[in-house]
Design a protein around this ligand. Sequence first.
Ligand SMILES: NC(=O)c1ccc[n+]([C@@H]2O[C@H](COP(=O)([O-])OP(=O)(O)OC[C@H]3O[C@@H](n4cnc5c(N)ncnc54)[C@H](O)[C@@H]3O)[C@@H](O)[C@H]2O)c1
Length: 251
Amino acid sequence: MKLRDKVAIVTGGAQGIGRAIVEGLAAEGASVVIADLQGADGPAKALRGQGRRALEVDCDVSDEAQVAAMAEAAMRSFGGIDILVNNAGIYSSLVPKPFEDITVQEWRRMMDVNTLGVFLSCRAVVGSMRARGGGRIININSGTPFKGVPFLLHYVASKGAITGITRGLAKELGPSNILVNGVAPGFTLSEGVKANPVQLEKLSEVSVKARSLARDQFPEDVVGAVTFLAGPESAFITGQTLVVDGGAYFN
Ligand SMILES: NC(=O)c1ccc[n+]([C@@H]2O[C@H](COP(=O)([O-])OP(=O)(O)OC[C@H]3O[C@@H](n4cnc5c(N)ncnc54)[C@H](O)[C@@H]3O)[C@@H](O)[C@H]2O)c1
């Protein structure tokens, strides 16, 4: 229970990698705010049924007012914010395609959710973290910008920006004892990915073959890195991105 008395927000926490992170943080004793575009009544109720403290908030991370309301709801219900996991992102609905076929609208929506959403969420929580003497921000990145994966250029660009945000913010927030790190999963069989036959067909086998540990990756595989970066053992680590992909890419 290394996160007892801590309050965590997980964006995009209703399903997939985000939901696994929610459950991992709650198992370590954190009170968890599950913020998601599709709502999160089910996951929050399930946690409360297990005696955990959990709150659901409907939130589109690309909407400034909704993100501010998310942070306010966390402060109102649990008294403050210690941990933010920026997990919400557009990925699992994507179908790989040549970059010339990406529309300006698709590019902008990608950046709105995957980069502006992270900026807005960090900005909304930092005041409360400072007031509590520090905090942890964990950005869910991806192996794709490190590997230069083709046919997903808007996605790869958005996650490359996350590496920059992680590093720049780590320097800026270090004096406030707010640690900013990233976790970069490999191709993961999340709910969203399992509902996308094109991704399953094109990426499952090739991903497994590229790994040192040659098996499928599941949302639960990402959890330990996040709870580590949220907890006391990582108190002198900031600005880093930990690749969790079974040893496909060595960062
Ligand atoms: N699945 C993978 O292979 C993989 C690999 C590397 C990184 N990632 C990253 O992990 C994160 C989660 O991916 P996943 O595969 O679990 O996805 P998923 O599609 O299974 O779940 C994503 C969740 O985020 C929510 N969401 C989407 N847009 C949102 C928005 N604008 N505001 C709030 N919530 C929003 C969705 O409602 C959903 O509950 C993403 O940032 C993704 O880029 C995924």
